[in-house]
Ligand binder design. Structure first.
Ligand SMILES: Cc1cc2nc3c(=O)[nH]c(=O)nc-3n(C[C@H](O)[C@H](O)[C@H](O)COP(=O)(O)OP(=O)(O)OC[C@H]3O[C@@H](n4cnc5c(N)ncnc54)[C@H](O)[C@@H]3O)c2cc1C
Length: 295
């Protein structure tokens, strides 16, 4: 099978290539050939020009007519989702979104994705040739395989960027963090972050949070929200403090390697996802853990 992989996120593109390179001939469309070439795609195609959805969609339309890909695998970013929508119309192909896993066995494309807020997993054989893949489809692993590098000039887009404004709270990429200290409503109030920050610093962790903390109360910026409608993280260590563990939160952190949960309610669902669970007041527990880390 032939798969075209595209994402404007280098990390997600590396994950997509790593997922498919053993099952298919993968061509990767990227803005960074030097980085992408390490992940073992048969062909690495560097885009020249502004990475705007219309321009990328036109480039993929041409590549599809030249190469006849069995699957166009697109990373789920704002640009990626737009490109997929445009391509579905331009190529008259069926697109499937928010895919968590893809199976290519027997030349058939089967996709799985969460439904009902993450409570159910739906596996479909839909005939879709465009799949929008959620971050974390596979671990990005470099491969020694040779790749043929070429370039494609993007055509101008009908979209013109008028201005860019940085998000409030600065930019943070928790999807790349190796250690995350995540706080939930159990934090109580924004001022209590001052008690958590020294602990996060001591364990070299990035602070993240549940939706109420990031969206409803604004104690943390929205780019730190973990979950179904937030970021999908996969750190080596995820420390959940005062988070109940609702399925929409779990959807964003279930790929963490090791999970430590602290909650004062021993029946909180987060303990079902945790490798280590501590029942207690989060502020008492982090004070003790911080002492241990300092020893
Ligand atoms: C469509 C949709 C999308 C959603 N997307 C997301 C998402 O992306 N991310 C997300 O997180 N949620 C999301 N939600 C919301 C989700 O359903 C939950 O409401 C949310 O995750 C709960 O956040 P929480 O665990 O911080 O708060 P709560 O459920 O209120 O839990 C707080 C926990 O803190 C504990 N606690 C309180 N005080 C302390 C203390 N001092 N020490 C220790 N423990 C303490 C309590 O026992 C409790 O378990 C979504 C919901 C919907 C409907």
């Amino acid at each position: 099978m032939k798969v075209l992989a595209f994402s404007d996120s280098k990390t997600i593109l590396a994950q997509i290539i790593s997922r498919f390179r053993d099952d298919a001939e993968v061509h990767a469309l990227t803005h960074d050939t030097e980085f992408t070439a390490k992940f073992g795609a048969a062909k690495t195609i560097g885009m020249k020009g502004d990475i705007l959805s219309g321009s990328v969609a036109k480039a993929i339309e041409k590549m599809q007519s030249d190469e006849g890909y069995d699957l166009i695998a697109i990373g789920s970013t704002v640009t990626g989702r737009e490109v997929a929508g445009m391509l579905a119309t331009m190529l008259s192909l069926h697109a499937v979104s928010e895919v968590n896993s893809v199976n290519l066995d027997g030349g058939k494309i089967t996709t799985s994705r969460f439904f009902y807020g993450g409570k159910s997993l739906l596996t479909e054989e839909s005939g879709a040739k465009i799949a929008v893949l959620a971050p974390g489809i596979a671990e990005a692993k470099e491969s020694p395989g040779k790749t043929e590098v070429s370039e494609i000039q993007l055509e101008p887009s009908a979209v013109r960027i008028v201005s860019k404004t940085d998000k409030k709270g600065g930019s943070v990429d928790i999807e790349k963090a190796q250690i995350i200290v995540s706080v939930g409503r159990g934090l109580g109030k924004k001022e209590n972050l001052e008690k958590v920050e020294p602990f996060a610093k001591a364990v070299h962790g990035e602070i993240a949070g549940s939706r109420p903390v990031c969206l409803d109360y604004g104690w943390l910026s929205e780019d730190r929200q973990v979950g179904l409608s937030g970021k999908k993280v996969q750190p080596k260590l995820y420390i959940a403090l005062g988070i109940s563990g609702q399925i929409q939160h779990i959807a964003g952190m279930r790929n963490s390697k090791l999970v430590i949960a602290v909650n004062k309610d021993k029946s909180a669902p987060i303990f079902e996802e945790a490798d280590y669970g501590i029942v207690g007041d989060l502020f008492d527990v982090i004070a003790k853990l911080k002492e241990k880390v300092a020893q």
